[in-house]
Design a protein around this ligand. Structure first.
Ligand code: ATP
Length: 357
């Protein structure tokens, strides 16, 4: 069965942005689908905010085009784009009630009073704040303020909602609770969300797809599972989650797999990307995909425990294998290992990735 074609909401076509001699974005191209929760993820300075500001109309591309629902937005000023932004600082008007805050943008759009009142009531209801209509922002908690900022941004029925690190001012517990709320709100509102963060956990938790940006370029686009389990390159493997990198030699490659020689002498075959026989490559393997055993049978190498950290849900070990350190996560510990113990290392090659340089 063929997958139904999804409607494109945002099309970013070969967009570059220069600030003087600095190129913040280098020919970035990707599509965002209708009702999708897309996250732009990347380290500080990778160009996330610049891309968001171009979508909102506060910057224009140096080259390339952006289309929203098939229309080129180049000549549209910010207020004529059906795009709204929620910022980290809620930017609510302190002298207005919450209902007035939400209604403000609608008044500017020329909505009449009954339509405004109906929409404000619906929005307050949607963010579970119906009883707070006549309060002022100073009488709210941080989480409640962010909900009102969301209600205000969603009120004029934008085609796209841009969210620029909207949870980063909240404390950890509230941030986690708000992740669920944001996801629910997006499904309910049926609007395309473009969410900017440098918090990988937030991105993995909430997104339909993640676009990893690095050095002004798209490094990978995929579902959270694809990004985590099938990183396209070293940058993505390093940025998302914890991983071990081993320098290996490629012996044979083809059909998305490679046979490599590890620094410990053993050979393994693992899923591979961009690598060629005879060349050096990197084997990326997550700490949770390495096994430790006191039995030598089937082991890849042997090493000694350098450190052990108890982290509640699991323990983290560092193992020295002839001068190479590997980080290993153990969730179930049949037997506790101590610093200095001799251990045998095993790994599931299907969970490793060989990445060409
Ligand atoms: P952060 O996570 O720290 O907010 P970011 O990924 O959002 O980072 P951007 O704000 O998009 O990064 O900036 C990308 C690059 O462009 C940075 O090197 C930044 O210094 C530069 N830059 C952004 N805006 C301007 C500007 N108005 N003038 C000059 N350089 C700029």
């Amino acid at each position: 069965m063929t997958e139904p074609t999804r409607r494109k909401c945002v099309e970013i076509r070969a967009v570059s942005k220069n600030f003087g001699s600095h190129q913040a974005l280098k020919s970035v191209s990707f599509d965002i689908y209708d009702n999708e929760f897309m996250t732009l993820l990347g380290p500080s300075g990778c160009g996330k905010t610049t891309l968001l500001r171009m979508l909102a109309g506060f910057e224009s591309p140096s080259q390339g085009e952006i289309l929203i629902n098939g229309k080129n937005i180049r000549s549209l000023p910010p207020h004529r784009r059906r795009v709204n932004t929620v910022f980290q600082s809620y930017a609510l008007f302190p002298h207005m009630t919450l209902a007035q805050n939400i209604a403000y943008g609608l008044e500017n759009l020329g909505w009449d009073k009954p339509r405004r009142q109906e929409r404000v009531a619906r929005m307050l209801d949607m963010v579970h704040m119906a009883d707070f209509a006549s309060r002022r922002p100073s009488e709210l908690s941080g989480g409640q303020r962010q909900r009102i900022a969301l209600a205000r941004a969603l009120a004029p029925e934008p085609e796209v909602l841009l969210l620029d690190e909207p949870l980063s001012a909240l404390d950890l517990k509230l941030r986690q609770a708000m992740r669920d709320e944001l996801q629910q709100l997006q499904r309910q509102a049926g609007i395309t969300f473009i969410f900017v963060t440098h918090d990988q956990q937030e991105a993995l938790d909430m997104s339909d797809r993640i676009c990893v940006l690095g050095r002004g370029e798209v490094q990978q686009i995929g579902t959270p599972a694809q990004i985590y389990e099938e990183p396209a390159n070293r940058f993505v493997a390093d940025f998302i989650g914890d991983t071990n990198f081993l320098e290996v030699t490629v012996l044979a490659a083809g059909n998305g797999k490679a046979r490599v020689r590890t620094p410990f002498g053993a050979e393994i075959e693992a899923p591979a990307q961009d690598c060629h026989p005879g060349e050096a490559a990197t084997l990326s393997i997550r700490p949770e995909h390495i096994g430790l055993s006191t039995e030598a049978q089937g082991a890849l190498a042997e090493g000694r425990v350098v450190t052990r950290k108890y982290l509640g849900t699991h323990s983290q070990y560092v193992i020295d294998i002839g001068g190479t350190n590997l980080t290993v996560a153990r969730w179930k510990e049949a037997s506790r290992l101590d610093v200095g113990d001799l251990v045998h290392i095993g790994l599931d090659p299907a969970k490793a990735r060989v990445l060409g340089s």
